[in-house]
Design a protein around this ligand. Structure first.
Ligand code: TYM
Length: 339
């Protein structure tokens, strides 16, 4: 007798990173590392994007932007994403992002956008260039996600507010024009969702920090990574555990946990009776062990421009196919005449 077992449709994932400079360990722990793990799981189908359109909300030198874009693509692959199996693409190669971005702009309220903490932060940092794109950035990000009918969006904690707006916009559009978009769920890791500055552990680790000792770049030379970890701010208690006023130690514990898979309790037990010197040496070793092979792979890939090009072209083809379906549905629903 023939059985007719229908496979469950795969859940779809979309996420992106801006190519606005070198990636930090925060980007890796909060996002990229989880993308690689999720891509290995059979039940998902994933789309990973280099958010170049987003990056010009802050002024970019064109030649640096080009370099950063290729660097980021090579890093995606070096970290373990499989661009042959599933799309890795540049956002600017898919016209539907800006097309849907506009429709969503017209469905987003000024009040919602002015409440976005990232807009407030970036306006403070770039007071001479508070442009309209910076303001409407969250609607474009919503378009990135909704275009692909994503179920799940793996991001760090700092993107949570943008995800909430995305969900609101999806529901608003669905209510106004009938069911069109999947309402996506954020996927925020339990450990490492917000890696903090090594110098001011109450602030997020960020590449725009003027103090370069506050962040680790994935492509920092190995000796520099070790030095930065050794210089990380801790406290005077000299005990590796969680507690009030121990944000610096907690941050290093999160990094160590993300690199080794050990829990916070296991880490506390491992360093019981040991000082910060031993602890920092172990954290540095664990980070280097993860980053060294990534750096080597990245250097190899950067020598192979043809291969990188083949990956992003194929990625754009696959992404365009899915994105076009959604945008034509949206255009029809809002009442535009079919071309
Ligand atoms: P971006 O480029 O600032 O950061 C990329 C990813 O890295 C995470 N992240 C961190 N996680 C933990 N600790 C940190 N210190 C840290 N710093 C950054 C971010 O949460 C993010 O997941 N708007 C997005 C890019 C984007 C996007 C999208 C993301 C554009 N369209 C659609 C998801 C879906 C951004 O600026 O991320």
């Amino acid at each position: 007798m023939e059985t007719n077992i229908q496979a469950e449709p795969k859940k779809r994932i979309l996420s992106g990173i801006q190519p606005s400079g070198a990636l930090t360990l925060g980007n890796y722990v909060g996002a990229l590392r989880n993308w690689v793990q999720l891509q290995k799981e059979e039940q998902y189908e994933s789309y990973y994007m280099i958010a170049d359109l987003h990056s010009i909300t802050v002024r970019q030198e064109p030649k640096d932007l080009r370099k950063n874009c290729m660097d980021l693509l090579a890093l995606f692959l070096a970290c373990g994403l499989d661009g042959e199996k599933e799309p890795i693409f540049f956002q600017s190669h898919i016209p539907a992002h800006t097309q849907l971005g506009w429709v969503l702009d017209c469905n987003t309220y000024m009040g919602e956008l002015s409440r976005m903490t990232q807009f407030k932060d970036k306006s403070r940092k770039h007071a001479d260039n508070i442009n309209a794109g910076l303001f409407t950035y969250p609607s474009l990000m919503a378009a990135d996600i909704l275009l692909y009918q994503a179920d799940l969006v793996p991001v760090g904690k700092d993107q949570k507010q943008h995800l909430e707006l995305t969900r609101d916009l999806a529901v608003r559009f669905n209510n106004a024009y009938s069911d069109t978009f999947k309402v996506p769920e954020p996927y925020i890791p339990k450990v490492g969702a917000k890696i903090m500055s090594l110098q001011e552990p109450t602030q997020k680790m960020s590449k725009s920090d003027p103090n370069e000792n506050s962040y680790i770049l994935l492509l920092d030379p190995i000796d520099k990574i070790v030095k930065k970890i050794k210089r990380a701010v801790t406290d005077s208690e000299a005990r590796v555990c969680l507690g009030e006023g121990k944000e610096g130690v907690e941050n290093l514990m999160s990094i160590y946990s993300a690199m080794t898979g050990k829990t916070m309790d296991e880490i506390t037990a491992e360093f019981d009776g040991k000082g910060y010197g031993d602890f920092k040496a172990a954290v540095a070793e664990a980070v280097v062990e993860v980053l060294r092979p990534i750096q080597e792979k990245h250097a190899d890939l950067m020598k192979n421009k043809d291969y990188l090009e083949s990956i992003y072209r194929k990625g754009a083809e696959m992404a365009n196919y899915t994105a076009r379906k959604t945008i034509s549905k949206v255009y029809r629903k809002v009442g535009f005449i079919q071309p």
